[in-house]
Each structure stands twice: as C-alpha cells, then as structure tokens.
Design a protein around this ligand. Sequence first.
Ligand SMILES: [Zn+2]
Ligand SMILES: [Zn+2]
Length: 678
Amino acid sequence: MPKTDGEITTIEHDDKEYKKNSSDIKINNNTSGNYNNDNNNTNKENNSNRNKSAVVTSALPYANGEIHIGHIASTYLPADIFTRFCRLTGRDIYHVCASDDFGTPVLIRAEKENKIPAEYVDLWNKRDYDDFKSFGISFDFFYKTSSKENIEFVQYVFKRLYENGYIYEQDVIQFYCQYDDKYLPDRYVIGKCPNCAAENQYSDLCEKCGKVPDQILDPKCAICNRPPIKKSSKHYFFKLSNFSLQLKEWLNSNTNLQQDIRNYVINWIDDGLEDWDITRDLSWGVPIPMPDAKGKVFYGWFDNHLCYISTLNTLIQEQHEKVQDKERQNQKQQQRQNQNSSSKSETETYKAAERQQQNYDIDVGKKYWNNSEIYHFIGKDIVYHHYLFLPAMRMGINEEYKLPDYIPTRGHLMLQNQKISKSRNWYIGLRDFASDFNPDYLRFYIASIAPYSQTDVNFDWDVFFEKINNELIANIGNFINRTLYFVQKTFDSRVPKTSSDYDLDDRSSISEIEKIADEVSGLIYKNEFDRALKRILKFATHFNQYFQKKQPWNNQATANTTLFIAVNAVRSLAIMLEPFIPMSSEKVWSQLGFDNNNNDDNNNGDNSGSSSSSSIHKQQWASASEIKIQPGHILGKVEPIFRKIQTKDIQLQKAKLGKQEEKQQQQQGQKHPQQKKQ
Ligand SMILES: [Zn+2]
Ligand SMILES: [Zn+2]
C-alpha cells in the first residue's frame, strides 16, 4: 500500500483515528470577477457550472465511536459551509452522508459490548446524527451502509463488475482459529509488533508505533487468546491494476482536483497498482452474491463509498414518490369533482391512476446524479480510497454513475500540538464541547484556522480563546450589539429615516456593503473558507470604525443615517455568517425583527410570504449586498448574541485532556449536551 508523506494509509481504519475526514471544494472564482487573480477563462468555465445542481457527500463515520472535533474540522464543517452557502445562492444541492456500519472494528466493538451488530450500529447512527445536528451540520439525508438499499446496490455493482470481467477468485492464506471455528481477518489477530516490539497489537495496525506490521509476531486470536493456524480461503479480487491508464487520464484531465494530491496519486499509479482483495470471512457485512460465497462479505471499502450513491438514490426516489403521490391525489380529487358533474366510470378512474403510476421512474436518482456536480469531501487519510478505488469501480460499471468533479481533501486536526487519540483521551468529543460552549464557537474557530490544503492544523485552547473573544465577540458581536441596542434605545426599535446627503464615510460604508457578497462568495467558491471569514471580519472592523467615528450618541443630526446604514450592515453580516455560524446568525436575524409579525418581510423586499421564507436559512446570498431594511422597520428583542469565554473555562478544558478515568465515566454516563451556553 502506498504511503502518504510518511503516513500510513491503512485500509482497515482504526476507530481511534479519523475514519473520515475532510475538505473542500475548489471551484474557481466568483461572479464578480474582480476579487482574485485567477485566470479568466477558468473562471468563466466554472461559473457556468454554478447553476448546476450539486451533490455533496461527506466521508462516512464509522458507527462505533463518538464524533470528535477532528472529524468536524477535516470533513463535515467544510462540507456544511459549502452546502449552506450554495443553498443561499439558490443552487439545487443535496448533502448526503451515512454511518459506516460494516467492518471488523465495528463488529469487535459490538461483541465487546455484548450487542447484536445491527442494534449496535443503529445506536451510533442515531447518536452521530444528533451530534452533527447539534453542531448545525445540515445533511439532507443521513442514512447507513447497512440499509437494504445500499446492500442491494453494492451487490448490483459487484455483479456488473463481475459480468465486465473485473473480478477474479484466488485462494488466500489466512489466520484461522480452530477453537472459535472462524477465519480471523485483520484485527481479530493480536501479537507483538515486529517494528517496535510492543505487545498486544493488532495485526493490521500497531498503536504504539503507528505502523502496519508486515508479519505480526506471536499471533493470537483476539477472541480466545489461543494461537491461530493458517488456512486457505477463497477470496474475490477486483482488478484495480486494469484501470491504471484510465485512472491516470482522469486524474490528468480533472483540473478541479488539488494539484499536489493529484501528483502523488499519479506516482502511486506509476509505482504499480495491486489488485484488491474485496472479501472478508465474516458474518457482518454485505453478503457476496455468489452461490459459493457463503459466510463471506465485502470488505468495508468496497461498499461504503457506494453508499454515497445509494443514499442519494434513496433520497431522490422518496422525493419523487412524494411528488407522484401528490399528483395522484390531485388527480383523484379532480376525478371526484368530474364524477360529481359527469359521473365517470370506476374503470376510467383506475386507468388514470395506472397511467400516473407509469410516470414512476426508477432511474430518477441516477439522472440526478449524472446531471449534477459531484463533490466528495474527505480527509487526507482516505485519499487512496477516493482517488483510486472509488473512480475505478465506477469506471468498471461503465460510468453508469459519473465520476466526482471535486474531491476536496483536507489535513488532520492536531489538538494542543499532539495527534488526536481516543485511547489516550487526547480528543474533544462533540457532546463534551457542546455542553461547555456554543457549538458555533467551534465552527468559527475551525473555519478561521483551516486552509484548503492537506496541511495539518492545530486546535489550541489559547488561540481558541483569543479568536472567539477578540474576533467573533469583540469585533462581530460588538458591532451587531451596539447597533441594535442603539436603535432599540434611541429610536424605540424603529429603524430611523436616513437623510439623502451621505458624506464620504457613509458612501464608503454603502460601497462596502455593495461589494461584500461577491468578494466573500469568490473565496467560498475557491473553497478558501478561512479567507472568506477574514474578509467578513474586515467588513465588521470597517463598520465598528464607522460607528466609532460617527459617534451617533453625540451627533443627533447624522445619527439617523449612521444607524440606517449600520442596521443594514448587520443584516449583511447575518446572511454572510449563516454558512459559518448558522445558529448565531439565526439569532441575529430574529433580533433584526425578521421572524416576528411586526414586519411583513415584504415591506423589506425579502422573500415575502410564508414564515419559512423569512428564515435566515432561506435568504438570497446576493442580497447581502443590498440595502434592504427600510426606515420604520421594527427590530426584535435585542440581547447579547455571544458570551465571552473566561480564562478559567480554558484552564478547565486543558486539565481534562489526557485524563483517563474521568472521560470513561462520562462516556458510560452517556452525557447529553446540556443547554447550549452562549
Ligand atoms: Zn509497533
Ligand atoms: Zn479463537
């Protein structure tokens, strides 16, 4: 197995590390075309795709452990920022994900806890989904690899690959425990690491030195601790090597992929690809649909990325059915009305319903997939799987489902400059974080430090403290608060009338609003969320200075205009912050008075009508550059949006790291997030 800059690309992942990770999108530049210096032709080309529908997938979390900040940083947050942004631009987009239910680590964990695997993974599926949700990760659908739809789809893909001649059988010598009467794949074998001599290490990963042992010493069965024998077993192999040329062509032609990753994946191909053993002698997994493959299932990496497709298919199919049902109902109603007037026969009604049934399209998901731009957000530890296995398997079924357009890939998150490790309790679970801080703080901090690259980034509690208190609260929060409070106090919550003679500062502030939406979107399209956030901070800084300079508390004559402009800037901020800190921006929106009855939105020109269209999550991105709030608009109840972090909060967090017992007790108690703190 090729290695990435000194790191091991393990096939079977350890739940202690990231299963999944990462990254982003690299759409080139923006609609304004004036912010960055990218090549113009590229911009035009890419811009034309921005109205196209899109499918965003996040790498699947293993259903055997809690989601921690590392997962969020590399994969789910970038995917969510991008998806939320696209929704605001009006793009048709779905973000799908699923729990990765199969694989030996999951099975072993379930056995340890005396649970049936299916029940065990369901618990994690639900818990993961809840954790994601509490951090505002807004999946359109979070499903599971053990779903009946995925199992059927995986077996279908295998059959197609088999028919196309890309599968062959071969005997493999495997560890076998005579006492337990089973083959012992991967981590069912423990022993002494040949590299560092650590005892009790898995045969597929030494936790001490992080290497994959070639030949584990003193092998023992992980279940009964007896030495296993070696026995031959028939396995199925996927001819990955057949696709070398085609993969290289694709990698060279897809210029959306990150250049450095593309280069080293091409190096792997040049070094020669090995065919891929896709069989495991296990009971828990997608059964191999062959008559003589009893007791064998697919290796997890054969089925899990197919779940991106099967999940999207299931979602689209369900929606399609809903639309069909609705149409059928309408039709029936129509018929009833017609019957009353002209008494149509039962047969006619039946025929009409049958005609409707024929509109049912089983390929509706496939069409959607193939007409969309496909984004797979991942972490750098699963590059091999996403840049080689995944495209090769799609090529092997004649690209019935198109290859990815983007595979935004990001580095790992370190914690206080050390590798995140659950076994050493050097990690922060999402639940723990949410019980101590506003989840938006994590989103803001991570988004502001993580670049669009494979570089590892470091979560540092002191930097977190500084960023949240000085940037989010003292800059953004302060401007929002002082503006809204001022209007509440001085103008009885009514946005004042503006005078028409703007001075230089007013004009430059209006122009700041007018250009901001394009500038920020240009950076988001390039997947540079850290820079986008910086640009938004600069916007807030501008307006803090504006407010300070105009001193509305001393200048009655100009206070009206100052506050009129400032309130509109708050509105712009709320919209632009939605992808980054959705829960807080919702609060700002409500304080701006957009979710109460005092303002018929339409009076502000925002999407009029239903309450859902007045939600911050349904606004138009471009309108962040418009002056939408008119004089007379009434604000909602104004309160501080954020609460400052205290030094002692940070000391507490630092003290928690690495402490073994406490964390385990907490986990056993299945702590739930308490009320979110500000
Ligand atoms: Zn070792
Ligand atoms: Zn045994």
